[in-house]
Design a protein around this ligand. Structure first.
Ligand SMILES: *Cc1c(COP(=O)(O)O)cnc(C)c1O
Length: 376
């Protein structure tokens, strides 16, 4: 086997989708966001589990991801959310009536509408994120132009900037009301059949009015909370949506064991010095494999349900762990980098806290060459 393995729990995905289904009711579609190798979980593996667990469509960032999904799933609707570089020279690749493309500019809409078959065009609007999409002063003129040029508009969408960051949601509410204003403008030009969508994991959980025709759920599909503030917001609103179940475990094995005397230095830069005779395990996973180097001398992995601290600096392809207190640990034993072992857990949130980032980045960083194995 390769130096590490990622396992995916089918039942955890099903649980997380069911949790949203309960919130959404019948008319809102559930979009499984599988961009960026499904947040590190494995694109095709995750897409297949999500679809069999009841996701209505898939969403990605890039055209390449959409093409890979299309090969595996010939008739599934796929929403492409990112901008598409070199669209002019590659537009033929988008001739697929089940591609739903989020578009920011009128010229792109024109280009795509002339394809045969043409993909579904979803106009992206900026309501406060200032990333992609047209801003308010343009909306009326844009609606007029789309109508005059007879561009078939299939959807209207926007994206919240800071629902995850606060427990006080006036900025999100401002974005929502701007989006509702945009919808009214497009209705007034006769676009009555458009699909409207704006909610990602956090906003779909928190704001019933934001669910609209479909929600685009990424992080919570994988059983991770968008943020602590999202949990706090729910509790302030006295809402209980239930628990999410993390779908991913990341494991490796002990590759080498060292017995060191007191006073020995460990790793590059000799940043750790033992103060007692120390038993050390080496695992074949380092920062290339997706383990953040900021975990050097910080954090732990699990061996036989015990915490094995990371000692010294994380190397490019290896990491050293303290196993003095785990005498039964031997060569080849399983080491849990993310996941559970005999009642102990290391979560992506733990890693995020230790490295001052968000759980999104932790799982997305797991190297894509590791096999993704589906369990239960
Ligand atoms: C990534 C992304 C999502 C999903 O966000 P989560 O917080 O992971 O649910 C939704 N919409 C857009 C436009 C995105 O880029």
């Amino acid at each position: 086997m390769l130096s590490a393995e990622v396992t995916l729990s089918r039942s955890a995905f099903a649980h997380n989708i069911a949790l949203y289904r309960k919130l959404l009711g019948g008319k809102t579609k559930f979009t499984a966001v599988v961009k960026s190798n499904a947040y590190g979980h494995g694109l095709l593996e995750t897409a297949s589990i999500a679809l069999s667990a009841g996701a209505d469509l898939l969403a990605v960032n890039a055209l390449e991801e959409a093409l890979a999904l299309r090969k595996a799933f010939p008739s599934v609707s796929i929403l492409i959310m990112g901008s598409i570089p070199q669209l002019e020279s590659r537009k033929h690749l988008l001739a697929d009536e089940d591609f739903w493309v989020m578009v920011s500019r009128f010229e792109e809409m024109q280009m795509l509408s002339r394809l045969n078959p043409a993909p579904k065009i979803h106009l992206k609007l900026n309501t406060g994120m200032a990333r992609l999409g047209q801003s308010r002063p343009e909306w009326d003129a844009l609606a007029k132009k789309i109508k005059e040029e007879k561009i078939p508009l299939a959807g209207l969408c926007t994206h919240f900037a800071s629902t995850e960051d606060f427990t006080e949601h006036s900025y999100s509410m401002m974005q929502l009301s701007l989006f509702q204003e945009a919808i009214e403008i497009f209705y007034s030009y006769g676009f009555l059949d458009i699909l409207c969508h704006c909610a990602s994991s956090a906003s779909a959980m928190l704001f019933a009015e934001a669910r609209m025709d479909l929600v685009r759920v990424g992080i919570s599909l994988y059983g991770l909370w968008p943020s602590l503030e999202t949990k706090l917001s729910l509790s302030l609103m006295k809402k209980d949506v239930g628990m999410l179940k993390p779908a991913l475990s990341w494991k490796t094995r002990i590759q080498h064991i060292q017995n060191l005397d007191a006073g020995a230095f460990i790793g590059y830069g000799s940043t750790f010095k033992t103060t007692y005779p120390t038993r050390l395990a080496v695992v074949p996973v380092g920062y290339y494999e997706g383990l953040d180097r900021k975990l050097s001398n910080h954090g732990y992995m699990l061996i036989h349900g015990e915490r094995a601290k990371i000692l010294g600096r994380i190397c490019m392809n290896m990491t050293m762990l303290e196993i003095t207190h785990i005498p039964k640990a031997k060569l080849g034993d399983e080491v849990v980098i993310l996941g559970s072992s005999e009642g102990e857990t290391v979560s992506a949130d733990d890693h995020a806290m230790w490295t001052n980032t968000i759980n999104y980045e932790i799982v997305t960083n797991i190297l894509d060459k590791f096999p993704r194995t589906i369990v239960d």
